[in-house]
Design a protein around this ligand. Structure first.
Ligand code: 4G0
Length: 246
């Protein structure tokens, strides 16, 4: 898979994606990240990529032509690449999008650092617009890196033996259960007895209930779309009654 990024700051992408698990996967040729300077497609003496807004107002707006020329060139190299825009106005980016996008051959991320984009970029050049959360950043570069990380870990071989996307938090739409390692007592807190019991059935049930309880307490809206068994639903009813009478 090829991730192409259009940005005024291509240097931002080198170290975060060159380290650790993703860096190793890139070295193994499992995917590549190519950050391109949008200015390379700009025109005029000043190579401008932004301009003042029609109608007046503060800030600058990203011009459409450099983005259009860049996409046309990148699509010659990777035909069928999907073009993604990261803005606070986009569709909330979720695990399900990461999984779906990992099946594409190529993705082009358009990163803006201005108050916004000329609307015709959205209308004629962009396939999908995402937000990584309800906050504003100084540019789309960090959202692009967040999305590349979330997508790349679904590619075959990337996680290696260090993890599995199947057992991830969110694979079944629930938050993860608490984990413990040595020492058996830390700051006066003992590891839950069940984890030392050696009873794998009891351990599995405890972990599932911890997942359900955590999700119920922290992200109750996730329960509406999670994959739940009959037994899970009985447990959630118990949590609801407990919360209701508490
Ligand atoms: C376009 C994405 C780009 C418009 C980008 C800002 C947060 C996110 C940018 C704006 C970003 C996100 C209108 C402020 C660049 N910040 N939540 N900043 N506006 O995904």
């Amino acid at each position: 898979m090829i991730f192409d990024v259009l940005t005024l700051f291509p240097g931002m992408f080198t170290s975060p994606l060159g380290e650790s698990i993703l860096g190793r996967a890139v070295s193994q040729g499992l995917f590549s990240v190519r950050a391109h300077n949008l200015r390379d497609w700009a025109e005029g003496k000043h190579l401008t990529t932004d301009d003042a807004p029609y109608g007046g107002g503060d800030g600058m707006v990203m011009k459409p032509e450099p983005v259009a020329r860049a996409i046309a060139r990148l699509r010659e190299e990777t035909p069928g690449s999907k073009v993604l825009l990261m803005t606070p106005q986009g569709v909330p980016f979720r695990q399900q999008h990461a999984r779906q996008l990992s099946r594409e051959n190529g993705l082009i991320f358009v990163c803006g650092r201005y108050e916004g984009f000329d609307e015709r970029i959205r209308q004629t050049l962009v396939d999908e617009e995402y937000s990584i959360g309800d906050f504003v950043l100084t540019g789309g570069e960090l959202p692009a890196m967040v999305m590349i990380d979330a997508i790349a870990r679904h590619l075959p071989g990337v996680l290696g033996s260090n993890g599995s996307v199947e057992t991830d938090s969110f694979a079944d739409g629930l938050l993860e259960y608490p984990q413990y390692t040595r020492p058996a007592v830390f700051n006066g807190l003992a590891v839950p007895e069940v984890l030392l019991s050696g009873d794998h059935g009891r351990i599995a049930r405890w972990r599932r209930e911890q997942q359900l309880q955590r999700t119920f307490e922290r992200r109750p809206e996730l329960l509406a779309t999670a994959e739940l068994t009959e037994q899970d639903q009985v447990f959630i009813e118990k949590l609801r009654r407990r919360a209701g009478s508490g």
